[in-house]
Design a protein around this ligand. Structure first.
Ligand SMILES: [Zn+2]
Length: 205
């Protein structure tokens, strides 16, 4: 896997601690404490989204999940993070330790996508579960975040989230075709290399 903080590749036998920066699950837990409660769909701990914006975002999430029934979307909007807090690491931690993913969806069956928006520091980060990592890589996630740059710069949080959801839908549509191709012409996926990897992308606006 790759360290979610410094991105150094970490061998499987050293998975408990990053050899470069020393990050470990215990240190991350000490760094962030008790994970915030998240609701299914969107959790806005800042109250910055209006009723209508939240309703529109919820509609987009429902449409995406209807179209791709395995996929679960979780969005967490936070306003209390220190600028020094590494958002990639925070997102990784929340994904693994919060109540974002149902227990049944751990491991290879996990098709959850988590978007974290840090409104105080104008940053966003996105990660996906192992079940999606085979098809969605860091460059996809980076492009998804970049698509909302102008919305963020115009301080339109609701529109930024909707743009991200639309970009994610476009990527999933392409991924869906890939899955179909794999089904037609089976080829071995290097699960050895995939397993334990975690792709996280972050953008500052
Ligand atoms: Zn590291």
């Amino acid at each position: 896997m790759r360290c979610p903080f410094c991105k150094t590749p970490v061998a499987r036998e050293n998975v408990h601690e990053c050899p470069r920066c020393g990050l470990s699950h215990a240190k991350v837990a000490r760094m962030f404490g008790v994970p915030p409660q998240t609701l299914p769909g969107i959790t806005d701990s800042t109250g910055e989204l209006s009723f209508f914006q939240r309703r529109a975002v919820k509609g987009d999430i429902a449409r995406l999940e209807y179209r791709f029934p395995q996929v679960r979307i979780s969005i967490f909007i936070t306003g209390g993070l220190d600028p020094q807090t590494p958002l990639n690491t925070y997102t990784f931690w929340l994904f693994n330790n919060g109540n974002v993913c149902p227990n049944l969806e751990r491991g290879g069956m996990n098709h959850t996508a988590l978007l974290v928006i840090d409104t105080t520091n104008s940053r966003a980060s996105i990660t996906v579960g192992y079940g999606l990592e085979t098809y969605i890589d860091e460059s996809h996630l980076g492009a998804i975040l970049q698509s909302s740059e102008s919305d963020f710069q115009e301080k339109s949080l609701g529109r930024a989230i909707r743009t991200i959801l639309h970009s994610l839908t476009a990527v999933l549509r392409a991924v869906h075709r890939q899955i179909d191709l794999v089904r037609v012409e089976p080829r071995p996926l290097s699960t050895e290399a995939r397993e334990g990897e975690r792709v996280v992308a972050m953008a500052t606006y």
